[in-house]
Design a protein around this ligand. Structure first.
Ligand code: HEM
Length: 425
């Protein structure tokens, strides 16, 4: 028996009894980890996924262990079918220590308050120009907002979409998000679209560097095209395109939170009334609750970088670990009545880097926490203003079920609206 196997043998860490839990993971989706933590009475347990041993953990303390202290790398921690569609090889997420902190600085430089305001203004303008096209007919909010965000994000990043190619480029970005949970042909098709997207954005980077195209100073494209890694070298074209996609794709993904915000306003009309008449100071609590309550990323994977012990469990270098993001956002020790939608819980919230973790935990600059979190919050806040103060619409009968076994989750109908009218410019 290897040392590692011996250590696992003697550890008291609870174990999920199935031989391999992959099917259960796909069947249960977002609740897979937390239901087992509840059943086993532990914040961590051992199991096997895709025939590989894995430790699953949840809760604020687990988030701190996972995100702080450089204990985990993302390298080798995600199946290739997911990795290729999301952050990809060579991206900031695949780096550790000083090279990571240096590259992360490039992303954080994109997120200055004036830059966030510019993106919110682009988003609002794109939304207002889309509304007259909606008119009486039924539209699917998720699809419309994805296109609006693609247009706004590209313009904000300094690489505006050519209107002729906008639908195709938007489709590519949406496919990368939608198909992360798929296997087989749907995933292969998304990989194909991803390849095409990378080629397109490599051409764009080449054009900026050669002076054939201009990206405004300080824009995401400008920062990426001019960025030098710690070795003093520019990013190669492939990596630069991957990082540009790491700005555009997740910004389009914010559409999912916008759709969930619309669903929350529909389910809890008192909040619609609050915001229609003001309630500016309650926007942040409402958006935090949308991000806590609704499912987005279920878990995040890491590989231990060295041996250590937590809660009596001996982690060895190379061990595969999944942190339950959704389960931590729904942990009733942190969030009383977690299944009830209560923005009030965030009114006097002092902030805590390890409890509300839909976009990762810990520190932005030195850990892997999402650098787009402020942008996400600002965009969803603006969407709530638009939905409650700027347009009027009807919500026809439809299937708004959010199935927790669908990764990534969304209301089944994508949120259909009709008879949309502008109330104010
Ligand atoms: C749509 C809502 C979003 C969600 C749910 C989300 C979620 C996450 C999560 C969970 C992580 C942590 C990954 C890890 O621990 O390895 C992350 C990292 C990251 N996110 Fe986001 N994100 C969102 C929006 C954005 C936006 C708008 C941007 C950029 C404009 C962005 C760019 C990134 C990047 C570059 C990383 C990697 C950071 C690193 O490894 O240090 N995300 N995101």
């Amino acid at each position: 028996m290897s040392l590692r196997a011996e250590k696992a043998e003697i550890s008291q860490t609870p174990r999920d009894d199935s031989l391999d839990a992959s099917v259960a993971f796909l069947r249960e989706g977002y609740t897979f980890v937390s239901s087992r933590c509840d059943r086993l009475g532990s914040d961590l347990f051992r199991t096997r996924l895709m025939l590989t041993p894995v430790v699953c953990m949840r809760g604020a303390e687990a988030a701190a262990i996972f995100y702080d202290g450089g204990r985990f790398t993302r390298v080798g921690a995600m199946p290739a079918t997911i990795l290729r569609l999301l952050q990809d090889v060579g991206s900031v997420q695949a780096l550790d220590d000083a090279p990571h902190h240096h590259r992360k600085g490039m992303f954080l430089a994109m997120m200055t308050p004036p830059a966030l305001q510019r993106m919110v203004a682009q988003f609002r303008a794109a939304w207002l120009s889309a509304v007259p096209r909606w008119g009486e007919r039924q539209i699917v909010l998720q699809d419309e907002v994805s296109a609006i965000l693609a247009e706004a994000a590209a313009a904000w990043a300094g690489v505006p979409l050519d209107p002729d190619r906008a639908p195709e480029l938007t489709r590519q970005l949406v496919a990368m998000i939608e198909q992360t949970g798929s296997i087989g042909p749907a995933n292969w098709w998304a990989q194909h679209l991803r390849n095409r997207a990378e080629h397109h954005w490599q051409d764009v980077i080449r054009a900026i560097r050669s002076g054939r195209a201009a990206a405004p100073e300080g824009s995401a494209a400008d920062l990426i095209a001019r960025h030098r890694d710690l070795d003093g070298e520019f990013l190669d074209e492939t990596t630069a395109a991957v990082e540009l996609l790491n700005v555009l794709r997740p910004t389009v993904a914010v559409a999912r939170f916008v759709t969930f915000a619309a669903l929350a306003l529909h389910r809890h009309p008192q909040w619609r009334e609050t915001f229609a008449g003001g309630g500016e100071e309650l926007l942040r609590p409402f958006v935090h609750e949308v991000r806590r309550f609704y499912p987005f990323f279920p878990v995040i994977g890491g590989r231990a970088r060295h041996d250590f012990v937590w809660q009596g469990h001996p982690f060895s270098k190379g061990d595969w670990v999944l942190l339950d993001l959704y389960g931590t956002n729904q942990d009733e020790r942190l969030w009383p009545e977690p299944l009830s939608f209560q923005p009030e819980r965030f009114v006097d919230w002092p902030g805590d880097p390890y409890t509300l973790i839909p976009q990762g935990a810990g520190d932005y600059a030195t850990g892997h926490r999402c650098p787009g979190e402020w942008l996400t919050i600002a965009l969803v806040e603006e969407a709530v203003r638009l939905l409650t103060r700027t347009i009027r619409y009807e919500v026809p009968a439809q299937d708004l079920t959010v199935a927790l076994d669908q990764l990534p989750a969304l209301p089944k109908s994508g949120f259909i609206m009709q008879k949309t009218q502008l109330l104010a410019a």
